[in-house]
Design a protein around this ligand. Structure first.
Ligand SMILES: Cc1cc2nc3c(=O)[nH]c(=O)nc-3n(C[C@H](O)[C@H](O)[C@H](O)COP(=O)(O)OP(=O)(O)OC[C@H]3O[C@@H](n4cnc5c(N)ncnc54)[C@H](O)[C@@H]3O)c2cc1C
Length: 290
């Protein structure tokens, strides 16, 4: 049992490698440099979540600070993206706020943008509170909002009223049907509804999806409502589409995760596509062949 779990993990790592830059900061910066050479910006995320250890939280903050100060040296334009539970939300809100503020202060000095990733719905209120608090004092900070949550349209309306910077995603976490849309049609339709609101009433936002239908819709909306926005895509996904978006003149960013804590992120990516699960299954079967 333990042996087959380990084998499964090894196989999953082989598949997950396409989505992750590597183990350390240099690997992330190399990947960011590759994006930049290809006309795209980078959003770097150190993998990690639900951390309560003060030591590893400090290590994460120190690495983010190193990344912020390395962008110019490496000649890349980039941002960082941080999960609240990676830097203290699992201890308490106050710790997380203080840690986020440390990052935002360094980033602001270096003119680097900070994105706040959105985690599962138990943290939505706390994450919004953190965001409002920081955004009232710092400008270059944005928040991810998930179209699968029923509350999100109203959240976006409030955020937009404050001039907030939003990254719109479909949502990567399993949620209860009381609070979340469960079918693809419902999620896509809410994404589309929120995206229209962004194009009409917001400025400086991220359309973070790999879904061609929604990307085409965003392109149409951008002609009608010229706004400062960018497409954001994950490293290793829809790589064939990225050069086309750049060629067509759209600002495009690659979200680049790095680090050794790759399992939760990879499982979320795996779940998103049936073909990935099939690939995992067939690799597992192959590895058992004599
Ligand atoms: C830049 C960025 C930041 C994100 N930040 C957050 C966040 O903070 N919080 C959060 O909850 N979620 C976040 N997500 C994840 C997001 O919520 C979705 O889970 C993820 O993007 C898949 O949804 P989709 O919009 O690509 O549409 P889907 O309908 O899932 O996919 C559309 C098409 O994209 C391709 N595709 C999608 N996923 C994969 C995959 N794993 N492997 C191969 N092909 C794939 C396929 O061609 C698929 O048909 C982020 C996504 C991006 C792009």
């Amino acid at each position: 049992m333990v042996a087959s779990t380990k084998l499964m993990e090894r196989i999953l790592f082989k598949i997950a490698k396409q989505w992750i830059a590597g183990n350390d900061i240099n690997a992330a910066l190399e990947s960011a440099k590759y994006s930049y050479k290809n006309g795209r910006q980078a959003i770097i995320n150190k993998l990690g979540e639900y951390d309560k250890s003060k030591e590893s939280i400090e290590k994460a903050i120190s690495e983010y600070n190193q990344i912020i100060s390395s962008f110019r040296k490496w000649n890349v334009v980039g941002a960082i993206s941080v999960k609240p539970t990676q830097i203290g939300l699992s201890i308490n809100n106050k710790t997380c706020l203080a840690n986020f503020e440390r990052l935002v202060v360094t980033a602001t000095k270096a003119q680097v943008f900070v994105w706040m990733d959105m985690e599962s719905s138990e943290h939505t209120d706390e994450t919004l509170e953190l965001y409002y608090d920081l955004f009232s004092r710092y400008e270059r900070i944005g928040i991810a909002i998930q179209a699968n949550l029923k509350r999100s349209y109203d959240d976006v309306k409030d955020l937009v009223r404050q001039g907030a910077k939003i990254r719109l995603v479909k949502g990567a976490y399993k949620e209860n049907s009381k609070i979340a849309y469960k079918t693809r049609e419902q999620v896509d339709s809410n994404y589309s509804k929120i995206m229209k609101l962004l194009f009409k009433e917001a400025n400086e936002f991220g359309i973070a999806t790999h879904d061609s239908k929604l990307i085409d819709e965003a392109i149409k909306l951008s002609k009608k409502y010229p706004k400062k926005f960018e497409f954001q895509l994950l490293k290793g996904i829809r790589d064939e589409l990225k050069p086309q978006l750049v060629k067509d003149g759209f600002a495009t960013s690659d979200y680049i995760p790095y680090g050794t804590n790759w399992l939760p992120y990879s499982i979320r990516r795996l779940r998103e596509r049936k073909r990935n699960i099939l690939l995992l299954g067939s690799s597992f079967i192959q590895s058992h062949k004599v």
